[in-house]
Design a protein around this ligand. Structure first.
Ligand SMILES: NC(=O)c1ccc[n+]([C@@H]2O[C@H](COP(=O)([O-])OP(=O)(O)OC[C@H]3O[C@@H](n4cnc5c(N)ncnc54)[C@H](OP(=O)(O)O)[C@@H]3O)[C@@H](O)[C@H]2O)c1
Length: 236
């Protein structure tokens, strides 16, 4: 009998999710990956090789996530780094950067876990994606609250879904495609500020974040927890 495991990564076609997909395939597991862009999906599947399958998915659309998982083999794990949102100030009173942000990052992961339930093995592990702004915000209070809510969700789900384990990854600023696709005059000042704000004095790499996600997937004594892979940002 094959001992290979299958992990689903919604948001596995770039950044932290793609880095995790590579780690899983390199150690001999299978991955099911998805994202919205067909070009990104195609190129990522090509780089991962035959142990990877995937299709287009929009995590903010419950029917799309159900379709994505429909033919999935039993899953040993689920990682949900997919999210597209904007952040803004409370005083702006803007719906897009407050309520829509929750729909894009919190409710999408909530319902993705729900859709995955029928496909998860009883010993499966779920890793939700939050962010270190949860406990040390830099403005954007709705974004801070959304990440805190996700950390609370991991605790609540860990209780209800046991023996399935549920944890949360809360990264600090990470040199992913998310930042690389932004204009240099936005990215470089943000990176410069980050160097002064954290103890590591640099943004994290996607490999470091993927390593943290892999730890949460693998360690069978971790559940209901949040791992801050943030270079010491939340300490200062
Ligand atoms: N990078 C950081 O500094 C940082 C810090 C703290 C927290 N985070 C959190 O980490 C997560 C992603 O990080 P990342 O840096 O790896 O981002 P990234 O490099 O932009 O990768 C995001 C991945 O998710 C997919 N995606 C985005 N929206 C989607 C949607 N609605 N449905 C399905 N797939 C979607 C993207 O592909 P498509 O665009 O083709 O769909 C891509 O595969 C976010 O939740 C973010 O808040 C990141």
């Amino acid at each position: 009998m094959s001992t290979k495991r299958t992990y689903a990564i919604i948001g596995g076609t770039a950044g932290i999710g793609r880095a995790l997909a590579h780690k899983l395939v390199e150690r001999g597991d299978y991955v099911l990956i998805g994202g919205r862009s067909p070009d990104r999906l195609e190129s990522t599947l090509a780089s991962l090789g035959p142990a990877a399958t995937g299709c287009r998915v929009d995590i903010a659309d419950r029917a799309s996530v159900s379709d994505f998982l429909a033919d999935s083999p039993a899953l040993s794990g689920l990682f949900t780094p997919a999210a597209s949102y904007q952040t803004g100030a409370f005083r702006d009173g803007d719906t897009e950067t407050s309520e829509a942000l929750f729909i894009a990052k919190f409710w999408s992961q909530y319902w993705a876990v729900h859709a995955a339930l029928a496909h998860l093995r009883s010993d499966a592990s779920i890793v939700l994606m939050a962010g270190a702004a949860s406990i040390r915000p830099i403005g954007a209070p709705a974004y801070a609250a959304c990440n805190s809510a996700l950390e609370g969700l991991a605790r609540g789900l860990a209780l209800e879904l046991s023996p399935i384990r549920v944890n949360c990854l809360s990264p600090g600023t990470t040199d992913s495609d998310l930042w690389r696709n932004r204009a240099e005059d936005i990215r470089e000042p943000a990176y410069a500020a980050w160097r002064t704000l954290c103890l590591a004095q640099r943004p994290a790499t996607v490999e470091e974040q993927a390593h943290a996600a892999l730890f949460l997937l693998d360690n069978t004594n971790m559940t209901g927890n949040t791992l801050f892979c943030d270079g010491g940002y939340t300490l200062r």
